[in-house]
Structures are given as C-alpha cells and as structure tokens.
Design a protein around this ligand. Structure first.
Ligand code: VG1
Ligand code: CO
Length: 539
C-alpha cells in the first residue's frame, strides 16, 4: 500500500561538495531523510520507470536509510533498484554499476571521510545518468524543492531482505541484490595487468592496506589477498563497522597516523595505503615515505603508458585549483591537455563525458580516471602497484625521479576547523575585497604577481563557478583559500600552500612553507579573526 505522508520542510537541505552531509541525529529527525529523497525525486521531474543503484558505506543509519529509500522508490514508481548486498557499496563501485547497467543514476549513503556513528555524520551522494554527482544547477533545484515540500510517498511494507543475492519485487518495482565487489573486481582486471601484479607479490613484495573499518575492507581482501596473493593479514581493519570503530576514516597523515607510524618504523612493508569511509580517497606510502596526493596525480600521469587501459595515451588531465601544479608540469612537457577546475569531483564529469580528460585528481587524497565518474581509492593503489611492478622501483624512487624530471612542489594544506560561519564568511569577503590591492606587493622575498578569486568557465555546459581565492607570487608560490563544503556544522577554512622547487628536494615541507604560511595568515588576518594561532589539521 502506498501512503502519502504530510510533512513540513526543513530549511537546511543544501548539498555541498560531496552531497548532503549532516549530523546523523539531524538526518534521523522525523521525515528529514524522506523529505530530502522526495525533494530529489521532485526536482528531477519524478522517477517513474527509472532504474537506480543503491548502497552505502555501512555507517550507522545506513541500513535504516536504505529500507526507507526502497519503500519511497517503489511508491514513486521506480522501475528497478540495484542494491549492494547488505546495503554495502563503495562510491566508486556504485559508479561502475551505474555505468555498466546504463541506469538513471544512484544513491550512495555516506558522509565519506567524516566520522560515523550515532554522534557522527550521515550523508547522501546522489548521481544522475552520468554516474557522477550532479551539477550545481541540479543541487540548487533540489534545495528549492526541499524548502517547499509538503508530502512524500512511501510504501507501507515490511523490510526488504538484502542478505540474499537475487531478484525480488515491491509493488511494481524490481529489486536486484548484487555482490558489490564482483563487478568492481572485473573492471579492475580490465584496466590493470593482474598477472604482473601477481608476479610482484610472488617475488615477496609486502603491503599493508588500512580499510579504516570502512567500506573497502571486502574489496581489498578480495583483490589484494585473494586474487593477487598478498600475504594474509595485509589488509587491516577490514570489517566495515557502523561507527568505523571510532575512527575518523580520512586517509591522511593525521587520521591514518597508525599506518604512517608503522611505515616509518622498522616493521614497515614495501608499500602501504589507506582508503576513506566510502572508498573514493587514497593515501600512498612507501618505506619511510609519504606521497602527497598532488604528486601522486603527477606520477600516475607521467607513467600512464605502463597501464594496459592507458597504454595508447590519454585525452588529458585535470586537477582542482587547490591541488599543486605538479601535474601541470608533467602535462606541459608531454603535450597533454590539462584543465583546472573548482574543488569537487562533479566538475570532472563533464570533462570525462566529452573525452577531454582521462585522469584527474584533487589534493584531498582523491585520484581517478574516466573508468567511472568518481574518484577511486583502490584503483589508485593498483595503479601505483602496477608502476612498481613494471619499473621494479620503490615508491620513493618513483617519486624522486618525478621531482628530478619536473621539479618538486612543496605543498601542504592547513585547516582551521569549527569556525563561526559568520566569522568565516566575513574573513573570505573582506579578503576578496582586498585582493586587487595586493598585486605587486612584497612580503620579504615574495612578490605578489596576481591575486583574484578562482573562476571556472565550464567548457562543456558554459556554467560559471567561483570557488576560492588565489594569490600567485612571482616565484611560482601560490596561496589558495576556500571554505569547506562538506562539514556538518560550523565552517572550516582551508588554506593551501605551494612552492615549486627545481633543485633541492630534501627540504622539510613545513619549514619550507613557513614564510608562505605567515603571509597567508597575515593577509587573511586568521589569528585576529578566528582566535586560532595555528591550524587544527595540516595534511
Ligand atoms: C572535500 C575536499 C574535496 C572533495 C570533497 C568530497 O571538500 O576538499 O576535494 O571533493 O571533500 O570528498 P571540502 O568542500 O570540504 O573542501 V569525499 O571523499 O568526501 O566524497
Ligand atoms: Co569519500
């Protein structure tokens, strides 16, 4: 039976950089989740006859949200749902299932790298028929719908069994429960040379992969241990837990510190990596060595011909504005077209769909290619392992070689978290107003070449996006400021610093960037305005 439930709108259902992200308790308020889902359905002109992929990263409220979603989809006339077994599906695996089945899109329930649990965050990532997250024009429309919603449709039925694979029905809607790992593995086997990778492990190569108690554990066990032959136990924290075991599933130097410490200890393996909550981010480590995500993108680009799927070359590459220019140097020297887009994976989708780019990445530990329309954590790791297998070099050697060829961008991001939204907005507005006056200004040996907001003109749909403020210096140094769009409360100011260097590759990053950090915080008056003498997180 289909029920029409009367509801009151909430005013805060605006999607950010990675979908709708809220405190779990906010999401669990009466009708909150349902309002949002119905707003999506309404904003896209209804979902009658459509097919969607559904899954999540297993965090608290995932199972409940999926049941509610299924009942709403059936009540709204959806033709078919393809759902990951037990409600699990990583973001990249979901995008693959969408492309493979030519669906109308999908819903992945995840707040990505944000902590989970009852007191953590919950989120909804909505993808359309591109299999990627929707453009701002659509998220704006959804937000407008959410502000005027007065009712939603939901079936009055018992919960659907998601444990067993196969087909079932709810009202007229077909539900197919699939193994979320199988299609993903098949895709990876098409991209990479699995025989070469098996050989690598046979030769005694050791890895440690940290799934951070999140969704990629089962994918990693299947691929690294069962198929490629990495030693049992190479995958740690492999069981997805509703609260990620209390971890903050963000693969970086701060939140994956255990893994970093291990790799700087005498027990270190040859290679290590971690993924985030929903499996789209990656961190790459060698023995006593950390690869910045910006360098990783440059290195993958420079070595793409070693990979079967990219052996004939690539259309182009793209990076977010805040990502270092390392990949641009590789692209320029090799005559590869490159694009610089705002932060957020959705900006890469048009470029991939129009065959302008093949590879892309962000400084926030996201790397990917046009095999899907999301960033892909395990893909990035297999890419690195393939480079190692084909060259016989270590992570450190591969990275140093890249610096030698193209220069090294000393790079770091500083996050000032938990700021009052009004304070943060004013800081950005005042800074923007000040930018024109900075041109030509000298700060010690640093001279400002250009200072302006970052504005992106999408070459495909003509949309214009303004995101972040950029100060360029005559010595190629760069400061980028922007406010995070993924937080669930308050504001986070991100300050990104870059200094390219062509001779000395052995400096300490933090020390090297110290003068630039001082300029960045003085110019924006960070301390006076936020009361913070230093950033909460540096990565
Ligand atoms: C952050 C990152 C951005 C990334 C986004 C979603 O956004 O900076 O690069 O695309 O998270 O990643 P923001 O607005 O907080 O800076 V994921 O792994 O959460 O989907
Ligand atoms: Co993520």
């Amino acid at each position: 039976m289909i029920n029409i439930v009367k509801t009151q709108p909430y005013s805060d259902q605006k999607m950010g950089t990675g979908g709708l992200r809220k405190k779990t308790k906010v999401m669990m308020q009466p009708n909150y989740f349902e309002n949002f889902i119905q707003s999506v359905f309404n904003a896209i002109g209804g979902v009658k006859g459509k097919t969607y992929v559904v899954g999540g990263d297993g965090r608290f409220f995932n199972a409940e949200a999926i049941q509610r979603f299924i009942k709403m989809a059936a009540a709204n006339g959806v033709k078919k749902l393809i759902i990951g077994q037990n409600g699990f599906m990583s973001t990249p695996a979901g995008s693959n299932v969408m492309l493979k089945n030519h669906t109308d899109g999908g819903f992945i329930f995840s707040a990505s790298h944000n902590p989970g649990g009852e007191n953590g965050d919950f989120g909804v990532k909505y993808a359309n028929e591109t299999a990627g997250q929707v453009p701002t024009a659509v998220t704006d429309r959804i937000f407008e719908e959410s502000k005027k919603i007065s009712e939603y449709k939901i079936c009055d039925s018992k919960d659907i069994d998601l444990k067993n694979l196969g087909l079932q029905k709810l009202e007229d809607m077909e539900i197919e429960v699939i193994d979320p790992v199988a299609d993903y593995v098949e895709m990876m086997q098409r991209i990479f040379d699995f025989d070469a990778l098996k050989q690598l492990f046979k030769s005694g190569f050791t890895i440690r992969f940290d799934a951070m108690n999140a969704v990629t554990g089962p994918y990693a066990i299947r691929i690294f241990e069962e198929i490629l032959g990495a030693a049992k136990g190479s995958v740690i924290r492999a069981t997805p837990l509703p609260d990620f075991g209390g971890l903050h599933p963000d693969p970086n130097l701060i939140y994956a510190k255990d893994l970093v410490d291990f790799m700087y200890s005498d027990k270190a393996t040859d290679f290590a990596a971690a993924n985030d909550g929903d499996g789209d981010r990656n961190m790459i480590l060698g023995r006593k060595f950390f690869v910045t995500p910006s360098d990783s993108l440059a290195i993958l680009t420079d070595n793409c011909k070693l990979i079967p799927a990219y052996k004939n070359g690539i259309y182009g590459v793209a990076k977010s504005a805040a990502t270092s220019t390392a990949v641009c140097r590789v692209a320029e020297k090799n005559n590869i077209p490159y694009y610089v887009v705002p932060t957020g994976w959705k900006y890469f989708v048009n470029l991939m769909d129009s065959n302008r780019i093949t590879l892309c990445g962000e400084e926030s530990f996201g790397t990917g290619s046009s095999h899907i329309r999301e960033k892909d954590g395990i893909w990035a790791i297999l890419f690195w392992l393939s480079i190692i297998a084909k060259t016989g070099k270590t992570v450190e050697e591969i990275t140093r070689e890249n610096w030698k060829k193209y220069g090294r961008s000393y790079y770091m991001r500083f996050d000032y978290e938990g700021l009052d939204t009004t304070v943060a907005d004013k800081l950005m507005a005042d800074l923007e107003a000040k930018l024109p006056s900075l041109k030509g200004k000298k700060f010690g040996s640093y001279e400002v070449k250009e200072a302006a907001p970052f504005v992106y003109n999408d070459p495909v749909d003509g949309s214009v996006t303004k995101n972040g403020l950029v100060i360029d210096f005559t010595n190629q140094a760069k400061i980028t400021y922007r406010l995070s769009g993924t937080g669930s409360s308050g504001a986070t100011l991100r300050v990104y610093l870059e200094l390219p260097e062509y001779n000395d590759f052995d400096q300490d990053t933090l020390e090297t960037l110290q003068p630039l950090l001082k300029i960045a915080s003085d110019v924006a008056e960070i301390q006076q305005r936020t009361g913070k003498t230093k950033a909460d997180v540096n990565t």
